[in-house]
Ligand binder design. Structure first.
Ligand SMILES: NC(=O)C1=CN([C@@H]2O[C@H](COP(=O)(O)OP(=O)(O)OC[C@H]3O[C@@H](n4cnc5c(N)ncnc54)[C@H](O)[C@@H]3O)[C@@H](O)[C@H]2O)[C@@H](O)CC1
Ligand SMILES: Nc1ncnc2c1ncn2[C@@H]1O[C@H](COP(=O)(O)OP(=O)(O)O)[C@@H](O)[C@H]1O
Ligand SMILES: [K+]
Length: 502
């Protein structure tokens, strides 16, 4: 699914109005009807009172229509027009007479007391907000946020105060429980700095013209079922174990053999034909016992990996390196040699990335189209700090282009930058996965997918999706709290079935 900028969304509205064709006030009616429908579906059993705050633009226009529709449905509704500007938009103005009970807010003192527990609808600003909200309108936003404990706040299209594709910093902004966003995710929703602003994002289809959506060029995308289904390749009925490649996992050190076990096991469950784990000697029995399906190659050194470059053969379809290997000088030396001699795309994670941040010239030795999977701290060590998360996204995308690598920046919506500069966000996954070892599993999955012949881009998008989906399926059964990395591996099979049957 594409992520459009505010300006592209305006163009999509205009294109739809001209080519469907539909009058703009009817497009507003259609969008608002989707919101009202969601509200009836969500709160309709025993409807609470609704308090609707409308702005002067088209977002406010949506609010006016929602107020009318909910009232017609028999809900208890009060609505206010927040006069942040002297002029209302045409469609806002057209809808005001259809809601005669409309009340007015001209200053902070007009803010009503809203007693009974209910739903506060925020339709003050949408994608038209061009600068941070100031003055008494900012005060209204704070007053609405003060209601959070007692009321459910639902924002229409955007939480008011947030801008679709610009940082809002510490500017006043509604903290919604739900955001009903029209047709597309907005870039701002993908960033952790806005996590407590948009709340749970619900995408509502409002029938914007498909021709516009197909032809519009955008760098940002959210991975969805359609993309994943296009990537998925069923296995060949005549396959043998050689068909799906031989991968090498270089991982683990004394005290961190779990990282190696998790990566090797995930690599197998992702579908690799053969897996060899390269580990220090201290891990031999652990690995052979925990992952009997994997072959094992050990170092002369007892506790760390130092000579893996000597055993690497071109016959390995790919390599996954990094989880738990430590950052000792001897390991760093071996990594440098490995990067100089192995030419196929590989997966680099964790300590492999930490070593590279200490010796940045190694970045240029990584085989093109390899996948790097830093978490935010590792990313900062590799590429430096940024002012805000929009700037960090730009840095991510420009580094992927400059180095011709795929870089996955981990998070709630992991951001995956491609060598052509495009960035895909992965929507699957949950906070239960914020526990030790989840990243080691991801390394194994990505390696397993590369190994069996998926292109690096396909492996990246499908791998992140499967990883998060397995986590979601596990959390559904055993809770987010008790989820551990091993569960992600155990539910990978169900995630595969889900992808196959979609
Ligand atoms: N036909 C369309 O264009 C449709 C638009 N829709 C709605 O329209 C919204 C966009 O509407 P608009 O473009 O009118 O914009 P908004 O309603 O988001 O806000 C624009 C209003 O806010 C004012 N404003 C902007 N920045 C401000 C600031 N910092 N402080 C105070 N006032 C400020 C502007 O002067 C204008 O009055 C979408 O988010 C969506 O809710 C939907 O109804 C779908 C159809
Ligand atoms: N709140 C969350 N929502 C979705 N995914 C998450 C969340 N927290 C963590 N994850 C995922 O779990 C993985 C954690 O990786 P990482 O921090 O490297 O863990 P570790 O180093 O312990 O293995 C990442 O893929 C990340 O996207
Ligand atoms: K809003």
């Amino acid at each position: 699914m594409k992520i459009l900028s505010a300006q592209q969304i305006r163009a999509a509205d205009a294109y739809t109005i001209e080519h469907e064709p539909i009058r703009s006030v009817l497009l507003m009616e259609r969008a608002a009807a989707e919101c009202a429908g969601w509200m009836v579906h969500t709160f309709g059993e025993n409807p609470p009172p609704f308090y609707i705050f409308c702005g002067m633009g088209n977002n406010g226009g949506d609010g006016l229509v929602i107020a009318r529709l909910l009232k017609e449905h028999g809900f208890s509704v009060q609505a206010w027009l927040v006069h942040h500007s002297d002029k209302a938009s045409e469609d806002n103005l057209a809808n005001q007479p259809h809601y005669p009970e409309l009340q007015h807010i001209h200053s902070l003192t007009d803010f009503p007391s809203i007693d009974a527990e209910g739903v506060v609808v925020d339709a003050i600003f949408g994608t038209g907000l061009s600068r941070p909200v100031e003055g008494w309108t900012a005060g209204i936003i704070h007053k609405i946020n003060d209601q959070r404990g007692r009321h459910t706040i639902v924002s229409i299209d955007m939480p008011s105060g947030l801008m679709a594709d610009k940082p809002a910093g510490h500017a006043p902004c509604i903290h919604a429980r739900y955001t009903l966003s029209f047709q597309f995710y907005k870039l701002a929703f993908m960033l952790p700095e806005n996590a407590d602003r948009a709340g749970q994002v619900v995408i509502l289809e409002i029938g914007l013209h498909p021709d516009y959506i197909t032809q519009v060029q955008t760098r940002f995308h959210v991975v969805d079922k359609h993309i994943v289904r296009t990537i998925y390749q069923p296995r060949d009925p005549f396959a043998h174990k050689g068909t799906y490649g031989h991968s090498l996992i270089i991982a683990g050190s004394y005290g961190k053999m779990g990282a190696a076990v998790l990566s090797a096991r995930a690599c197998l469950r992702a579908g690799a034909g053969l897996v060899t784990a390269h580990i220090p000697r201290c891990g031999y029995e652990i690995m052979q016992t925990a992952v009997p399906e994997a072959m094992c190659e050990t170092e002369d050194t007892q506790h760390i990996n130092t000579h893996f470059h000597e055993t690497v053969k071109d016959s390995y379809a790919t390599i996954g390196i990094g989880p738990g290997i430590g950052t000792e000088a001897a390991t760093a030396k071996a990594l440098e040699k490995l990067l100089s001699q192995y030419e196929k795309p590989m997966v680099l994670d964790a300590d492999a990335l930490n070593i590279i941040s200490t010796y940045p010239f190694l970045l240029h030795k990584i085989p093109h189209s390899s996948i790097l999977t830093p978490h935010p701290k590792e990313f900062e060590r590799l590429f430096g700090a940024t002012e805000d998360q929009f700037e960090r996204l730009e840095l991510l995308s420009s580094k992927a282009r400059e180095l011709q690598l795929y870089i996955l920046l981990k998070g709630r919506y992991s951001a995956m930058a491609c060598p052509d500069g495009a960035v895909y966000f992965n929507p699957t996954g949950n906070p239960g996965m914020a526990s030790a070892g989840s990243g080691d599993v991801l390394t194994g999955i990505l390696t397993g997918l590369l190994c069996q012949g998926y292109t690096p881009k396909a492996a990246l998008l499908l791998g992140a999706w499967l990883h998060g989906l397995a986590g979601d399926l596990a959390a559904d059964d055993i809770s987010e709290e008790s989820l551990i990395a091993e569960d992600i591996i155990n539910y990978l099979g169900q995630a595969w079935l889900n992808v196959r049957n979609t």
